[in-house]
Design a protein around this ligand. Structure first.
Ligand code: HEC
Length: 134
């Protein structure tokens, strides 16, 4: 048996579970909305903002780089995320400046969170997502 058959079955099961639960409870602490593989405007904006200002340290698609950790593996809760991004983070010798004064980021922190949350949940793959019609 090919070893990749088993993980693909697991992924399908998880995806089915996700869509069922998001239908039951649309809020459920999720910032993103994905229908038929397409993302809402907020999540799409988050994707664009992330790849304008965060990707060169945290890696394309939130996957991490030698400069900073992957955000899809251990995404903090929204409150911590907001203060991390506004005020910055220091982790030993590694420092991230805060974005509180950056007009391209500060108003859109929750949008970036929506994008990263969708990635962290496995609801969205790598690369540029397709956008839902408004
Ligand atoms: C100049 C490089 C750099 C840029 C640009 C950058 N970061 Fe960071 N970020 C870091 C470093 C360094 C840390 C602390 C060490 C680590 O987590 O790797 C960090 C930490 C974080 C953390 C905390 C992670 C954790 O697990 O505690 C979050 C959340 C975060 N960054 C989000 C962002 C977002 C969102 C952006 C874009 C608006 C961004 N960062 C842009 C370098 C950067």
């Amino acid at each position: 048996m090919s070893p990749w058959l088993v993980p693909s079955v697991v992924v399908l099961t998880v995806a089915a579970g996700l869509s069922a639960s998001s239908q039951d409870d649309p809020a459920a602490g999720k910032f993103y909305r994905i229908v038929g593989g397409k993302v809402d405007a907020r999540t799409y904006n988050g994707f664009r903002r992330y790849h304008g200002s965060c990707n060169h340290c945290h890696g394309p698609d939130g996957m991490g780089s030698t400069f900073a950790s992957a955000l899809v593996d251990q995404l903090p809760g929204i409150e911590v995320f907001r203060s991390n991004v506004r005020d910055g983070v220091r982790d030993g010798p590694s420092v991230m400046q805060g974005f509180a004064d950056d007009p391209n980021i500060a108003p859109y922190i929750d949008d970036i969170y929506a994008y990263l949350q969708a990635r962290a949940d496995g609801a969205l793959g790598r690369g540029r997502p397709e956008r839902l019609e408004d």
